[in-house]
Design a protein around this ligand. Structure first.
Ligand SMILES: Cc1cc2nc3c(=O)[nH]c(=O)nc-3n(C[C@H](O)[C@H](O)[C@H](O)COP(=O)(O)OP(=O)(O)OC[C@H]3O[C@@H](n4cnc5c(N)ncnc54)[C@H](O)[C@@H]3O)c2cc1C
Length: 245
């Protein structure tokens, strides 16, 4: 994180940029994570600043991304943006707010993965019930049925985990373990479900503009953002090492 927030002659100023800021142009205000000056760790210097999206010095440009195109994302540039004193959450409070928001976001994104996966499964079930290959319906081929049941079981397992994580967040638990695990599990499951759908649709699964192909690209995003699968796994393994001692 390189975006800075510094107080100069009584005015807070933001300088920096943010590569991916989803719905920035559609929003009235943007919450910027930034660092105040100092030598301590970034957590101890982390601050949040709320700025109107049309404020002087804030410029954005849309990024062309192949996933979730209905929910555009932007690169945002902040050039000496003046921030009102009452619109800054300073350290150390800002880091606590960040953790709470991240946990809620993980569960929300996991729920999004569940919805995408359910739709992929619906489309694929409808297709295998009508597509005839090698003298019979795809649905009547045992290997197809077994793969779809694996997918359905993974879907139901992810759904229960996401519910458990949502309840933990609702109870005010601050641990990121269940939210991170539920997001990782749902994202992996959803892309697997969409990928199986593409496979069973054959060449048609790769056709741009079809709903299933869109689901395949949309589910791919959640293996990268809001947290890359590897990064989420690293965090979970750190927790696992301490809790299985
Ligand atoms: C459509 C879209 C919308 C987004 N919206 C927002 C938003 O609104 N707000 C916001 O803050 N961010 C947003 N992001 C950013 C998103 O959170 C990042 O893309 C994500 O965290 C990955 O960071 P990165 O792209 O910098 O990849 P990097 O951090 O450079 O990682 C690149 C790759 O390295 C691998 N990797 C990463 N960490 C590890 C590790 N620990 N061990 C091994 N391999 C690893 C992964 O495969 C990863 O995909 C959005 C991204 C996209 C694509």
């Amino acid at each position: 994180m390189r975006t800075t927030l510094s107080e100069e002659t009584g005015v807070w100023r933001l300088r920096g940029s943010k590569m991916f800021t989803t719905l920035a142009r559609e929003a009235t205000h943007i919450v910027v994570g930034c660092l105040v000056p100092g030598e301590s760790s970034w957590r101890e210097r982390f601050a949040l600043a709320v700025v109107p999206a049309d404020i002087h010095g804030l410029v954005m440009s849309r990024l062309e991304i192949d996933s979730l195109r209905s929910c555009p994302t932007y690169e945002v540039f902040l050039d000496d943006v003046a921030v009102a004193e009452g619109s800054v959450i300073k350290p150390p409070d800002a880091f606590r707010v960040l953790i709470d928001v991240l946990n809620q976001e993980r569960v929300a994104v996991a729920s999004q993965s569940l919805g995408l996966a359910r739709r992929a499964l619906q489309l694929t079930m409808a297709y295998v019930e009508q597509r005839e290959v090698a003298g019979g319906l795809l649905a009547d081929k045992q290997v197809v049925g077994h793969r779809l049941v694996d997918c359905w079981e993974e879907f139901e397992s992810a759904r229960l985990l996401v519910r458990e994580a949502a309840q933990a967040v609702d109870r005010g638990e601050r641990s990121g373990v269940l939210p991170t695990m539920s997001q990782r599990c749902a994202a992996t499951m959803a892309h697997g479900a969409a990928d199986l759908g593409v496979q069973l649709h054959g060449g048609g699964g790769l056709e741009r503009g079809t709903e299933l192909n869109r689901l395949w690209r949309d589910t791919r995003l959640h293996l990268i953002g809001p947290v890359a699968r590897e990064e989420a796994t690293d965090r979970l393994f750190r927790y696992m090492r301490s809790s299985f001692r």
